[in-house]
Design a protein around this ligand. Structure first.
Ligand SMILES: NC(=O)c1ccc[n+]([C@@H]2O[C@H](COP(=O)([O-])OP(=O)(O)OC[C@H]3O[C@@H](n4cnc5c(N)ncnc54)[C@H](O)[C@@H]3O)[C@@H](O)[C@H]2O)c1
Length: 380
């Protein structure tokens, strides 16, 4: 069995989720490797030592530069605020390490391009942390679409709503682009863009609006742009490359919604609905159902479905489990030498959609999203 040693950079909110996930992933299923949580790195040595002890890491460091070059490290996992992703990823890739990077891949398309190119050149596994797409119900939807059971994709509608805008912000870096924030379209909008592209294929063009709150309602857009205040809400419509239609909404001033990813789509043979707050359910309505049973049916996830851990439906799954599923795939990709999904190229395309939405919001009207280049031979 292969031994894989991990260096985690950034032991905050996501560092905790990834720490749980590395422990759970090999327990819940055979990943073909033994995983060592070798070293946790944070901004200074004292913080790193405390976090390493709490989150179950063998050692700690206050200097990622020294760690990413070490011979006893196979995987560098980046959980810092986004403004550090590029620098850490490029150093880790140059040292030949497999890289897992939290979303958004970076804060600009230019940085994301550099990271994608470096990952393809390095020929290592480079995966981005769009964790939600690994939910068994979302993977089941993709499976049914691939099998043709749902028919041709027609329309996708998604929202990602949180209520954090009403609370004091514990992540001060999120507030400004200069400290690493990417705005709500980049921060959580990236997840629903990824899910949409995972299920319906690439988005080709968008038309959107973005807003930030003021004392009384929304700040005038000219003031938001002049002060570099990051967007707190956005809406956009989209056209997919295959002709399907999309509509999206993100808002961090949405009372009662907690952390709600809600989407539905219509295809020519069926419609599907998903709500992260009810993540173990898959809702589908088939066009050709029996006349006296027309409508949505609710299917509960178990081992009959992709990534299912429990034979018994209704046991329930959470954030840590879904995060662990993504690491099962990452570890298996390293062991078997295949390409990981979603990789940095997919992360870049999501970033291009984010930037197109924000460009559209700034100038008005439709903005085209670049189409993806073919993945070069040898890239993983
Ligand atoms: N996939 C998801 O569901 C999800 C959820 C939340 C956050 N995220 C992403 O994860 C990343 C981190 O977000 P978070 O909420 O965990 O932030 P956080 O502020 O909770 O944690 C960031 C950690 O990184 C450390 N850090 C900062 N600069 C560093 C440096 N130069 N070297 C080493 N450590 C450094 C901080 O001290 C802190 O411990 C962001 O990219 C964010 O968008 C993803």
């Amino acid at each position: 069995v292969k031994q894989l040693s991990v260096a985690l950079v950034g032991g905050g909110f996501m560092g905790k989720a990834h720490s749980l996930a590395y422990s759970l992933a090999p327990i819940a299923g055979d990943v073909g490797a033994q995983v060592s949580k070798r070293v946790l790195v944070d901004a200074d040595a004292t913080t790193a030592r405390t976090l390493a002890s709490q989150l179950g890491w063998e050692s700690s460091s206050g200097d990622w530069r020294e760690v990413v070059e070490r011979d006893d490290i196979d995987i560098v996992d980046i959980c810092t605020p986004p403004q550090f992703h590029r620098e850490i990823a490029l150093a880790a890739l140059a040292a030949g390490k497999h890289v897992f990077c939290e979303k958004p891949l970076a804060n600009t398309v230019a940085e994301a391009v550099e990271m994608r190119d470096a990952a393809q050149r390095a020929g290592v596994v480079a995966q981005i942390g769009f964790n939600y797409r690994h939910s068994p119900a979302i993977e089941f939807a993709r499976l049914l679409l691939d099998r043709g059971q749902l028919g041709t994709p027609l329309q996708f509608r998604a929202s990602y709503l949180q209520e954090g805008g009403f609370n004091a912000n514990p992540n001060l870096w999120r507030a400004k682009r200069s400290t690493g924030g990417s705005g709500f379209v980049g921060d959580v909008g990236s997840h629903i863009i990824d899910t949409a592209e995972y299920l319906f294929g690439d988005i080709a063009r968008v038309c959107g609006l973005a807003r930030t709150s003021s004392e009384d309602g929304w700040m005038p857009e000219s003031e938001r742009l002049a002060t570099d205040a990051l967007d707190e809400a956005g809406v956009w419509i989209a056209e997919f490359a295959n002709g399907a239609l999309g509509s999206f909404a993100v808002n961090r001033l949405s009372s009662g919604h907690k952390n709600q990813i809600l989407f539905g789509f219509d295809a020519s043979k069926a419609a599907v609905e998903f709500d992260w707050n009810q993540r173990d359910e898959f809702r589908v309505s088939y066009v050709d159902g029996p006349a006296d049973h027309m409508g949505f049916q609710t299917i509960h996830m178990n081992t009959e479905h992709p990534n299912g851990w429990w034979r018994l439906a209704g046991i329930g799954s959470g954030y840590a489990e879904v995060s662990a599923i993504q690491f099962q795939k990452f570890l298996r990709a390293i062991v078997s030498g295949v390409r990981a999904e979603p990789d940095f190229d997919q992360g870049l395309h999501v970033q291009q959609v984010v930037e197109a939405v924000l460009d559209s919001a700034a100038v008005g009207g439709w903005v085209d999203v670049p189409s993806r280049l073919p993945v070069p031979a040898g890239a993983r």
